[in-house]
Design a protein around this ligand. Structure first.
Ligand code: 5GP
Ligand code: MN
Length: 338
């Protein structure tokens, strides 16, 4: 990483600070892993640090050491507000603009703390005083490792810290298979295992704790899959009624979108999930190769992310959303058949 960024972070942490660490809304493995990794590091250095997440996160991430101390803004807004008001430094992790933190946005816009962004999403905003943004990175967890290494503090990496970063790299790389996985990623992972990250345990706890209802929901999702061969595209829908029928719990649909890409020839996979409470359709986009789902999500569904993995939303019904989606495909036909 850039020497100037390292120096700026070093200067900031040379004195005791009141630190808050915040990931994006609906935090995933990388968001929770990177915030926990940084939190363990800062605590080990004697800093006063707290993690605040905008909303709750799935059970399959709650085994990581330190998760029980995370403040969930949706459940404990007053504590979160106090911490943000008193903070001297706010680290924002795994997101690129304040619109990604839901109800926390106005609080951060008013905060007087020094902001540090660590993130790997495309087109970052410039709200932070120190911005460590690198879209070539596999994960924010790999970047947190780089920060710790840049500060010459790898001896501060405990097994708790190591397993947090390991888990986030694992989930954000699809278990080390996406194209963002580099030899450096594997080097970092090797060092984390040396520091005590139990790799098999992380895989078991994240991927092998299914419930029967989740597998039945997956069955429903796969049955609903629509394949549009002309556009090398496959999409899945899940209505609120279907989610309720299979006792949907947060995180249950994680990874469903990827099944579309396992079909030979399919390069664009999408899942549309109805959320009656928020009155939106939450959308996940995935692609293989050059088709940029980041650009597609930005242009049509108020979202963004990476070239091959992005998210977005729609405010019309599930049916109207998929109708709109299908109407957009002809203009991308050449790209999707490239
Ligand atoms: P997922 O589909 O797994 O929720 O997210 C895929 C990627 O897109 C992640 O890197 C995530 O941070 C990003 N992402 C998900 N939803 C949104 C969104 O609504 N807006 C933006 N800008 N990025 C999103
Ligand atoms: Mn990430």
């Amino acid at each position: 990483m850039n020497l100037e960024i390292t120096k700026a972070i070093k200067t900031l942490l040379n004195v005791p600070q009141k630190i808050v660490i915040i990931p994006h809304k609906n935090p995933d493995g990388d968001a929770i892993g990177s915030t926990l990794g940084l939190w363990h590091y800062l605590k080990n250095k004697g800093q006063d640090a707290t993690i605040i997440v905008p909303n709750d996160f799935p059970k399959f991430l709650k085994w990581m050491p330190g998760t029980e101390q995370i403040i969930i803004f949706e459940k404990d807004a007053s504590t979160a507000r106090q911490l943000i008001n008193k903070a001297t430094v706010i680290f924002t992790l795994d997101f690129n603009h304040l619109g990604r933190i839901g109800q926390l946005q106005p609080l951060l816009e008013d905060a007087s703390a020094t902001f540090v962004m660590i993130d790997h999403h495309q087109e970052p905003d410039d709200y932070a005083k120190i911005t460590y943004s690198d879209v070539s990175m596999s994960s924010t967890c790999e970047m947190v490792y780089n920060v710790i290494e840049g500060l010459n503090d790898t001896e501060c990496i405990t097994s708790e810290l190591a397993i947090s970063l390991y888990t986030g790299i694992m989930t954000d790389t699809g278990s080390f298979k996406y194209s963002s996985t580099t030899s450096r990623t594997h080097t970092v992972v090797a060092k984390l295992i040396e520091k005590g990250a139990k790799n098999t345990e992380a895989h078991n706890k994240v991927y092998d704790t299914n419930t029967p209802s989740r597998l039945h929901l997956l069955g429903c999702a796969l049955k609903n899959m629509v394949i549009l061969e002309e556009f090398n595209t496959a999409f899945i829908t899940l209505s609120q009624e279907e989610l309720d029928a299979y006792e949907y719990k947060k995180g249950d649909t994680e990874g469903f979108v990827n099944y579309g890409l396992t079909l030979e020839g399919i390069v664009f996979a999408v899942i549309f999930i109805e959320n009656k409470e928020e009155g939106i359709i939450k959308i996940s986009f995935r692609s293989e190769g050059d088709f940029s789902v980041n650009e597609f999500a930005r242009a049509h569904f108020n979202g963004g992310g990476h070239t091959n993995a992005a998210g977005g939303r729609s405010d019309v019904s599930l049916e109207d959303t998929t109708t709109l989606f299908k109407s957009l495909l002809p203009q991308y036909k050449a790209d999707l058949n490239a």
